[in-house]
Every structure is written in C-alpha cells, then in structure tokens.
Design a protein around this ligand. Sequence first.
Ligand SMILES: Nc1ncnc2c1ncn2[C@@H]1O[C@H](COP(=O)(O)OP(=O)(O)O)[C@@H](O)[C@H]1O
Ligand SMILES: [Mg+2]
Length: 302
Amino acid sequence: MGSVISVEHLRKTYGSFVAVDDISFEVEEGEIFGLLGPNGAGKTTSVEITQGLRVPDGGDIRVLGLDPRTQATQLRRLVGSQLQESALPGRLKVWEALDLFASLVPGGPEWREVMERWSLTEKASASFSSLSGGQRQRLLVALAVVNEPRVVFLDEMTTGLDPAARRATWQLIEAVRDGGATLVLVTHFMDEAEQLCDRLAIVDGGRVVAGGSPQSLIAEYGGDLQVNFSTDRPDVSFLEAIEWVDSVSRRGPHVVVVGRGPVLALVGAELVRNGIVPTDLRVQQATLEDVFLRLTGRGLGE
Ligand SMILES: Nc1ncnc2c1ncn2[C@@H]1O[C@H](COP(=O)(O)OP(=O)(O)O)[C@@H](O)[C@H]1O
Ligand SMILES: [Mg+2]
C-alpha cells in the first residue's frame, strides 16, 4: 500500500476568479477516493489538473510518481478517464469505440474481453445513440478501463440517471475497483460518496473543508446519535448512567436515547443486562449531508 496520488496546495485561477484556492489530498492504492462538493466547488478543475488535462497556477502533484505538468504523455497510458457522453459520435458502434480506444494503447489490449466483462457483447453492433442510459454508462466505463489503467477518474457518472441505472453504475464502479484499479470519484451526491468511497475530501469554494472516511466524518461532524427502541418496562432511567448518554426521553413505549460515540452498543448491552431485549433497537445516524451542512452552513444542493 502506498500513495498513488499526492496533490499539495493546488491552485487554479481563471483571470481574477479563483476556482481552486488551496486543495490537497492523497489517494492510496486500491481505494475509491471521493471528491464531494456542490457544483462550482472546483472538483472537475482539480481532477483535470491531476490528469494533466489543465495547467495549475501552483501546487505540487504526483500521480504514480509522475508529474502531470511535464509527464502527461506517460501518465495517459496509466490512467483511465471517463468521457463525457457528448465526446462520442452517436453513430459510432460499440465495438468500433472499444477497438478505437484499445488501438491507442501500445500492445493493443484485448478489448473483446472488456466488452464481454461489461455485458456489451450483444450490443456490439449497436450505435452509441441507440443505447439506453445504463448501456451508455457501461460503455463509458468500459472505454475508461480498456487500457487496463492503474488509476481511473470518474466525474459525475450518475448525474441524470434514474435510480435503477444509478445503482447499476455503483456496481460497475465497485467492479472496477475489484479489478485492482485505484479510483477517484467526483460527485455532488452525498449518498453516492457515502456508499462507495473508502475516504473522501469534502470540497467547497476551492478548498478542502474536511477529509476522512465517511464514518469518521460522520462521527466527527455529524453531531449526536439517537437510539430508539420500545419497551413496556416503565423505568429505563438506568440508561442515564451510561457515560456516552446525554438524555433519555420516552413517549408511551417509545424510548429515545440521545448520545455520542459508542452509545448504541452500550445502550444495547445495558438493556440486555437489565432483561430488556427490544426487537426494534436502532440508531438514527447523521449522513454526509448533515456533515456538509455542519461544516458550511448550507446543504449540498444549494
Ligand atoms: N475554463 C473555465 N473558465 C472560467 N471559469 C471556469 C472554467 N472552468 C471552471 N470554471 C469555474 O470554476 C469554478 C469551479 O468549476 P469546476 O471545477 O467545474 O467545479 P465543480 O466540478 O466542483 O462543479 C466554477 O465557478 C466554474 O464556473
Ligand atoms: Mg464538475
């Protein structure tokens, strides 16, 4: 395990407009790393600079030991990048696109295997414009990985997809990682980041406002946890003595315990010790949306 991408103090301006103020992050081998933030946060600018597609004003970047500013051509062979849909001519056939992309790589990888792996073989002779939304996503992913890249960049892959196609795309993304690649995922969907990313950086206004695993971010910034259960036992005041519990309240049989940290496990253990074994014990936890709200005072969609 080592650092595959290292970005330090990245800065990018367009005229007098500061698109990326100061962004730093590290991506470890084999992980799915997310850049999560609202539209205009500077995510796309940052990952395009990281791939050598745009030139930064400042900062130090290494991808697989290469500097994308001076070694973009070498880097191109080692990274896969998801195209925008608009980049493919509508009349191009599925097999033609795969053949074309494979031919750009020295040694010409076996694109028929890639076509099979992404369940596109039966659509081999279909034109891009005739594919469904989900099939198009599969082709765009297949094209991004046809050169067997070590690092794959995916930018807003699920925007505009219906819920079923989104779920299917999440499975594709996990399949790419299972194939051994390291992934950088750009998204403004907090549920997507929470579901897929091992670690992420939350970006806002051209800066990283927080970073870590989804669970650690939620634990640090998500605020209190709520533990809910029901019981006929009239007195559950013994729960108030638990160190991580802040309050216990109840309405009828429904008990709400507010606390922090390991409160769920401790409440569960204490209930069982007192002969209460609720079948509906559950915890209501904050999401990354709450984390973002806490950090910036705004929702991700605003
Ligand atoms: N080529 C460009 N010229 C001028 N402004 C740009 C350009 N590209 C991006 N921007 C601006 O920089 C900011 C960050 O954009 P971008 O990196 O695309 O953010 P994100 O991907 O997080 O939505 C936005 O305000 C955007 O309008
Ligand atoms: Mg973007």
